[in-house]
Design a protein around this ligand. Structure first.
Ligand code: HEM
Length: 455
């Protein structure tokens, strides 16, 4: 196949690059439904076994190259990131409505401000707030005959996200907002994304409107108050275009929605897996508890909150968190669209095609991790960090919330293991993959209280 080499401007065979092996399946639909119904791990593993680590298929109405090595991931997400644009299916784009396509320059600026607002220096100042939210959520657990873990981790993740994004603390309105958000997540996770009354997708679009109204009142409130603590909204409100115009309110609100969405379901799923893996590995749980008990016993008063210094003194718990991120692979794959023909080590990625980078498949591959399905935090204690570990992506779009989410996980873990012991009740082994991988039934547990003092 002769194609134009966009770099040299000459006609050549893009250095002999060729399309990889693969299958197209049905026209237009391609293999989207198979991916959806099987879940990414099974779908990609089967294809990799058949065609190798790079193959072609047809997903979301687009011809697609799928690749699943850390080297290819770095190439697509970082080294050649300018040749690949982030891709969201139109139905998801409509729900998040991240930015009108006419406002490309403003979009870049807004994204930069969002990254700045979650910078590690700033995020470290939020430990006390995260601490308060963790205690608030966990304090009701012993009063519940059955704690549905995923429901509770959603409450925690949502309220930390909202605090970081808008500076708003928990209230009856934020609980309602969280419920509305759950419908948006559900609409995002359905395979039938058509705006037909009665469908989850239609409901999600309706709830989106209600959520935007709540953001509108949060924006008004934030404008009227003078706070020394900075949240993402403050950074977005500062933004001006070249004519000195501020971001219009409707765009501002949808930015807040997109940001909260990115933070909410991913983190809630992650904390649920943390509990699952610890529950299944009592010896590892004991080591975490010993580390966290030492920190609690070092406090002058048993009610004292955690500090940034405490967070830095949790090396074993941090390794547990890394291992959870590896094994759970909360974001199993990332999708991009090629803006030009690209040759990646002899594989042709034609302009306009999608590229899907499967992070999960190298996270759990024996080629990159010894005994990959074993939950073993010690691999993150070794001086040489494991290769093939990118839970937050790579390159310029690497998750800006990664520092915050690690702090959240450590604070949550601290109060969990120092306050309760727990046993799983009737946990299922079926995984719901969309929008984030979680256990069907939400991992119900029964807790026993070890000590007072959550609030
Ligand atoms: C366990 C929890 C989380 C995981 C696994 C996760 C994972 C990711 C990944 C893989 C990306 C890269 C997307 C891409 O390259 O296309 C990303 C982007 C992003 N994440 Fe997270 N994330 C988590 C939590 C959070 C939190 C707590 C926040 C905010 C408070 C956040 C905000 C964002 C934003 C704004 C982006 C887009 C960055 C950009 O486009 O430049 N995430 N996340």
């Amino acid at each position: 196949r002769w194609i134009k080499n966009s770099n040299s401007g000459q006609i050549d065979r893009l250095h002999g690059a060729q399309l990889p092996k693969g299958s197209w399946s049905l026209p237009w639909i391609g293999e989207s439904f198979t991916l959806y119904s099987q879940g990414p791990y099974q779908f990609y593993s089967q294809h990799i076994a058949r065609y190798g680590r790079t193959f072609r298929t047809h997903l979301m109405g687009n011809p697609t190259i799928v690749t699943s090595t850390p080297e290819a991931a770095k190439f697509v997400l970082a080294t050649r990131q300018k040749s690949f644009l982030q891709f969201l299916p139109p139905s998801i784009y409509r729900l998040l409505n991240v930015f009108p396509s006419s406002e490309e320059a403003m979009k870049e600026k807004a994204l930069k401000n969002i990254h700045d607002s979650l910078h590690s220096e700033l995020v470290r100042t939020k430990v006390v707030k995260v601490d308060r939210i963790a205690r608030w959520v966990l304090s009701s657990w012993d009063k519940q005959p059955c704690v549905v873990t995923y429901q509770e981790t959603k409450k925690f993740a949502f309220h930390v996200a909202l605090e970081a994004v808008t500076g708003s603390g928990p209230s009856p309105e934020t609980i309602k907002m969280m419920d509305d958000f759950s419908y948006i997540n559900k609409g995002m996770g359905t395979s039938m994304q058509f705006n037909i009354p009665g469908t989850s997708y239609h409901m999600a679009l309706e709830k989106r409107q209600q959520v935007l109204e709540l953001y509108s009142s949060m924006v008004k409130k934030r404008r009227s108050e003078k706070s020394n603590e900075k949240c993402s909204l403050d950074f977005l409100m500062k933004l001006e275009d070249e004519k000195g115009e501020k971001l219009p309110d409707d765009i501002l609100q949808s930015q807040l929605l997109g940001l909260t969405f990115g933070a909410f379901d991913t983190s809630a799923a992650f904390f649920m897996w943390l509990l699952k893996f610890l529950g299944e590995n009592p010896q590892i749980l004991q080591q975490v508890k010993a580390e966290q008990d030492t920190i609690r016993m070092g406090k002058i008063s048993p009610e004292d909150p955690l500090s940034w210094t405490d967070i830095q003194n949790m090396p074993y718990s941090s390794a547990v968190i890394q291992e959870t991120l590896r094994l759970a692979s909360i974001v199993p794959f990332l999708t991009r669209k090629a803006t030009e023909d690209v040759n990646y080590e002899g594989v042709l990625i034609p302009k306009g095609w999608l590229v899907q980078v499967c992070l999960q498949n190298f996270h759990v591959s024996p080629e990159y991790h010894k005994d990959p399905l074993k939950f073993d935090p010690s691999r993150f204690q070794a001086p040489v960090k494991p290769a093939g570990f990118m839970p937050f992506g790579n390159g310029a779009k690497m998750c800006p919330g990664r520092e915050l989410v690690k702090i959240e996980a450590l604070v949550f873990l601290h109060y969990l293991v120092t306050t309760y012991s727990w046993e799983s009740i009737g946990s299922e082994n079926i995984i719901n993959y969309w929008p984030s991988p979680t256990i069907k039934g939400g991992l119900p547990i029964k807790v026993s209280k070890l000590r007072e003092c959550l609030i």
